[in-house]
Ligand binder design. Structure first.
Ligand SMILES: Cc1ncc(C[n+]2csc(CCOP(=O)(O)OP(=O)(O)O)c2C)c(N)n1
Length: 157
């Protein structure tokens, strides 16, 4: 979804409810990168650490997507991290659903972290790993990949 679609919903007063999980990075791709022996390289929004020439240890960027949405005219409900996140999210969804029909879009902004994973899908994704690498983690990942690949069953043909 593009931010401009929110502006259209503001213009047309469409009650579009958006839940945005702000995890300051790429959680899915980071997890995949780690699984493939690539240490989540470049998957967190961090300031450049000039000494190490790396983005991994830098400060979290001050990007505020809730403020961005408000600047477009969207109503925002913010949910901060803590024990009550699920209860607060459920309440926010109830409140958003109960809002007036022609009241425009509502964005529920949930503060999160890229290292919080979704539950396992209990499936295997055939993503090839480099056969040649200087990294031990990639060599191990290639062995795991080869093992999984040998147990893959063909559904067609
Ligand atoms: C055009 C396109 N469709 C599908 C994918 C596959 N894909 C990779 S990560 C992902 C989920 C991204 O979720 P998002 O909330 O943007 O980020 P995250 O929760 O991983 O931080 C998907 C569907 C892709 N990379 N590109």
């Amino acid at each position: 979804m593009m931010h401009t679609e929110l502006v259209t919903a503001v213009a047309e007063r469409i009650k579009l409810i958006v839940v945005l999980i702000q995890n300051h990075g790429y959680a899915s791709i980071g997890s995949l990168s780690e699984m493939l022996g690539s240490q989540r390289f470049g998957t967190q929004y961090r300031a450049l650490n000039e000494e190490q020439h790396s983005f991994d240890e830098g400060e979290t960027l001050p990007v505020d997507l809730a403020l961005n949405a408000e600047s477009l005219g969207v109503k925002v409900i913010r949910i901060e991290p803590g024990e009550k996140v699920i209860a607060e999210l459920e309440q926010a969804v109830r409140d958003a659903k109960a809002a007036p029909e022609r009241g425009g879009p509502i964005l529920i902004h949930v503060e999160s972290d890229p290292l919080l994973d979704a539950p396992s899908s209990e499936s295997w994704w055939d993503v090839p790993v480099s056969q040649v690498s200087e990294l031990d983690s990639t060599k191990r990942a290639f062995q795991t990949y080869t093992d999984h690949k040998s147990r893959q069953r063909k559904l067609l043909g």
